[in-house]
Design a protein around this ligand. Structure first.
Ligand SMILES: Cc1ncc(COP(=O)(O)O)c(C=O)c1O
Length: 390
């Protein structure tokens, strides 16, 4: 039976703590979980209704090439971002984005090849490179008072003849960076100079808080010819348990390489994901706008709260996503803080090390929750940290 839906301000931990949710069940009862990238908000009513309708009349095999209405909606969305010239055959539907990242690594590289990426980075980037014997070259982002930026000088020192792919995350999880056209063009010049292919994960493209989303493949025909882009519905519409994703490329040869390397392994897209994705793109705009409004306000609240209560913590406000990357390294116990916060403060965040080398003492927070839960979690953290510092 469907539970009555709360509004965003009135979310109750008891309501959210459902057996089904890994976010709310990984840590012991009483811990406020602000970690894995699920929002605590109810999904759009249009999507909920579409899923109920789908259950009532057909849950058979979907088209492997997607519902033509969904294909049109995706092409239209990308054209709206400035990526024109995509055709239906440029889409390869996948069960979700992470299998698409692994499939792309398998299809576009060989064991021993090097793959460059910016750290800190969503851990499955590094896993998809290393799990099949490829070599991850980590290029740490620079962080100063102006925010996060790409260290192009260091990037040049990393690249070798064995480097084959640059793996981009835009908007970037966990820093929340939305890269500017100038930065992406500089990156494009780099990949052209070193003859690299690009895997661009743009799953958070609809969660823009500042600036605009620019698909990497939209920069030029030369760049489109060497790029595969991954996206899906689950971050924008909060439907991670349903799955769904797509690999997009103007270059059919790249898609064929991915298909050949993963023949028989990729399953078929879920009919629920295709349906909710279509309805989300066609009718979920108002929900998304309201949700982004709430997330933006939480982002600003987090920023001013930290300045006031925990000024030792460095945290650049996210330009996209609903995640923030927080630097606790001013505290002597920072590298143990993830565990301390769970055990003593009863707050569950993501620990830094899986996001790449040198991230001890950093934690990721997910602020897509009610203001009350966010405030309670921050106050618990403050009390715990102050009890150790003062
Ligand atoms: C950048 C990025 N890519 C992929 C994923 C996971 O995608 P999926 O659930 O579609 O496999 C996430 C989840 O947080 C993410 O942040």
């Amino acid at each position: 039976m469907l539970k009555a839906m709360p509004n965003f301000d009135a979310l109750e931990p008891a309501y959210l703590r459902d057996q089904y949710s890994i976010k709310w069940n990984l840590y012991p009862e009483g811990v406020l979980p602000l970690w894995v990238a699920d929002m605590d908000f109810p999904i759009a009513k249009e999507i909920k209704q579409a899923l109920i309708n789908r259950l009532e009349y057909n849950v058979g095999y979907p088209h492997m090439t997607g519902d033509p209405r969904l294909v049109s909606a995706i092409l239209e969305q990308q054209a709206g971002f400035g990526w024109t010239g995509l055709q239906p055959e440029h889409l390869m539907f996948v069960s979700s984005v992470v299998p698409g990242l692994y499939a792309s690594i398998l299809g576009l590289t060989h064991a021993g090849d090097e793959v460059l990426t910016q750290t800190p980075i969503y851990p499955p980037f590094l896993m998809s490179i290393r799990d099949h014997g490829r070599v991850a070259l980590e290029n740490p982002m620079l962080c100063d008072n102006n925010g996060w930026s790409i260290d192009f000088a260091h990037l040049e020192t990393l690249v070798t003849d064995s480097s084959k792919v640059f793996m981009l995350c835009n908007p970037q999880n966990p820093t929340g960076r939305v890269f500017t056209r100038a930065e992406l063009e500089q990156l494009a010049a780099f990949v052209l100079r070193h003859d690299l292919l690009v895997i661009s994960d743009e799953l958070h493209a609809m969660l823009i808080l500042e600036g605009e989303h620019i698909p990497f493949a939209s920069l030029s025909p030369e760049i489109a010819a060497r790029t595969v882009t991954l996206t899906g519905p689950c971050k924008a519409f909060n439907t991670a348990g349903i799955g769904g994703g797509v690999i997009l490329s103007n270059n059919l040869d790249l898609l064929n390489r991915i298909k050949a390397a993963t023949k028989g392994l990729m399953g078929h897209p879920s009919s629920f994901s295709l349906e909710m994705w279509r309805v989300g793109l066609e009718s979920g705009g108002t929900w998304l706008e309201e949700t982004l409004h709430y997330i933006r306000a939480n982002r600003d609240f987090l920023d001013s709260w930290l300045r006031q209560h925990l000024p030792e913590v460095r945290c650049i406000p996210a330009q996209g996503t609903y995640l923030a990357w927080m630097d606790f390294t001013k505290f002597s116990f920072a590298k143990d803080l993830h565990k301390i916060l769970i055990e003593e403060a009863k707050v569950g965040l993501n620990d830094g090390p899986p996001y790449g080398r040198g991230n001890e003492g950093w934690l990721r927070i997910n602020f897509a929750t009610s203001r009350a839960i966010l405030t309670e979690a921050l106050e618990r953290m403050e009390r715990c940290i102050r009890a150790r510092v003062d």
